[in-house]
Design a protein. Structure first.
Length: 139
């Protein structure tokens, strides 16, 4: 089994639920062809470098997985058939150096998914904290 990464761009005209269904379909295609998904990264809605089918934006989703090389052609064929996908790219990690980088990316994604996001302090509290030393110095 080799290590791969797939970046798919889903149409922005779909609802949030339809986008999630499309992403689930992408992951289902991979697992149906014998792939083992290591982790995923939902990058969210982003502006495209150039319009694709009159779409200025797209929903980016990255999937890191391992699969037999013979299955890649079937996975890509099914991606081409899926009309919800604007573009996709498959990256193969072949050398030991690349596999080490793939493992580091997977570990990084797993850590970022497991740690809760930091809660930002309210803007008013930050402003008050910055003004307090200024008032004390003025007295």
């Amino acid at each position: 089994m080799r290590h791969y990464e797939n970046l798919v761009i889903v149409k922005p005209t779909l609802t949030a639920e339809e986008i999630q269904n499309s992403v689930a379909a992408v992951e289902e295609i991979i697992t149906a062809n014998g792939g083992e998904i290591a982790t995923t990264n939902a990058m969210g809605m982003r502006k495209l470098a150039y319009p694709i089918n009159k779409n200025e934006r797209g929903y980016y989703h990255v999937v890191y997985y391992s699969v037999a090389p013979s299955s890649i052609s079937e996975i890509e064929r099914r991606f081409r058939i899926n009309e919800d996908l604007l573009r996709f790219v498959t990256i193969k990690y072949d050398t030991n150096r690349e596999i080490k980088a793939w493992n580091q990316l997977v570990d990084k994604m797993k850590k970022s998914a497991s740690t809760p996001a930091k809660e930002e302090a309210p803007a008013e509290a930050v402003a008050e904290a910055q003004e307090a030393p200024v008032e004390a110095a003025a007295e």
